[in-house]
Design a protein around this ligand. Structure first.
Ligand code: NDP
Ligand code: OXD
Length: 308
């Protein structure tokens, strides 16, 4: 089995060593521009277009991440073979840690206590009532479900929204465009963990914010293009949104001088909510390659029409 590999921004020697150790019978090679030699599989994260465009003989493409938005931007240039994506692969627990921390920080008013402490002020603030503090999760896939479990553990009322209806114990589930308005109604903290598709682009906009409880909190850990950044700035000015924790941005790295940097109500992290750990990823990729070779049914196949 011949496998070409391209993993933007990662330590290739480290990753290739892990892949070769886990699947010694395969020939893994780092793809370099001009390499048109045959390959059965391509393992990729953010590959240059000419790695895959027009390539013949591939059996499948494996995306070394959860989101396939960048890959699918290649459109018809992508070979017409199955595209597989990572499912959890160690990311879900990290995303749950991140989202839960952000919800708790806002719920327990830690940012306000921090600001008081900076002013050497010792003062109790009225606590939020958990029963009224509904958390809404947009996206109930591998990651959204894990986030829901984590928040349920702390006793939050949890709502979830997906494209097709789900039944998850303890979670009030909503589905589809028709279910969006009811899902958003009175939500106090909104977490976005949707894939970026034609339907979900710019979904975090003024209309969405207006449906939430006044003074709601926003957590976007999906993609920057889900958020209309000017609408967030306006909602912060009016008080409709009290604050936000953002891991992803329209432009990454977030440009110097971007208004988000200087707004104390916005917590910023550099797209680190769910790191792609090598060993979890290698384990999952090897399982998927084995299943493909044996012609077995496999999960995590991207539906190109749906965009995820
Ligand atoms: P999944 O494909 O497992 O889940 C996606 C969820 O979104 C599903 O519940 C799906 O509904 C729902 N969904 C998709 N389209 C719509 C729509 N139009 N309306 C309502 N719901 C919709 O993805 P993952 O949970 O693995 O990952 C989600 C995203 O998180 C990734 O695409 C990526 O962009 C982002 N991510 C970010 C990371 C970071 O470090 N910041 C790390 C990892 C992922 P249904 O269940 O009906 O299919
Ligand atoms: C992913 C990511 O989609 O890291 O895997 O953003």
């Amino acid at each position: 089995m011949k496998v070409i590999y391209y993993n933007e921004g990662e330590d290739n020697a480290f990753w290739l060593a892990g892949l070769r150790a886990a699947l010694p019978q395969a020939e893994f090679r780092l793809w370099l521009p001009g390499d048109e030699a045959p390959a059965d599989y391509a393992l990729v994260w953010d590959p240059p277009k000419n790695m895959l465009a027009g390539r013949k003989g591939l059996k499948a493409i494996v995306n070394l991440g959860a989101g396939v938005d960048k890959l699918l931007q290649m459109g018809d240039a992508l070979p017409d073979v199955p595209i597989l994506r990572l499912e959890d692969a160690g990311m879900a627990v990290q995303m749950a840690e991140y989202a839960t921390y952000a919800v708790l920080r806002h719920f327990r008013r830690f940012d306000e206590y921090d600001r008081q402490a900076q002013r050497h002020e010792w003062q109790f603030l009225p606590s939020n009532n958990k029963r009224d503090f509904t958390v809404g999760i947009m996206g109930l896939g591998a990651i959204g479900k894990r986030i829901a479990q984590s928040l349920l553990h702390f006793g939050f009322p949890v709502r979830g929204w997906s494209r097709t209806r789900k039944a998850i114990q303890g979670v009030h589930c909503f589905a589809g465009t028709d279910g969006l308005e009811d899902f958003l109604q009175d939500v106090r903290a909104l977490i976005c963990v949707l894939p970026l598709t034609a339907e979900t682009t710019s979904i975090l906009n003024q209309k969405t914010f207006n449906k939430l409880a006044f003074g709601a909190y926003l957590i976007n850990i999906a993609r920057g293009k889900h958020l209309v950044e000017d609408d967030l700035l306006a909602a912060l000015s009016s008080g409709r949104i009290a604050g936000a924790t953002l891991d992803v941005f329209q432009e990454e790295p977030l440009p110097p001088g971007h208004p988000f940097w200087s707004d104390p109500r916005i917590a910023i992290t550099p797209h680190m909510a769910g790191e792609t750990f090598r060993d979890d990823t290698v384990r999952q990729v090897v399982e998927k390659l084995h299943a493909l070779e044996r012609g077995e049914a496999i999960s995590g196949i991207v539906n190109r029409k749906n965009g995820y």
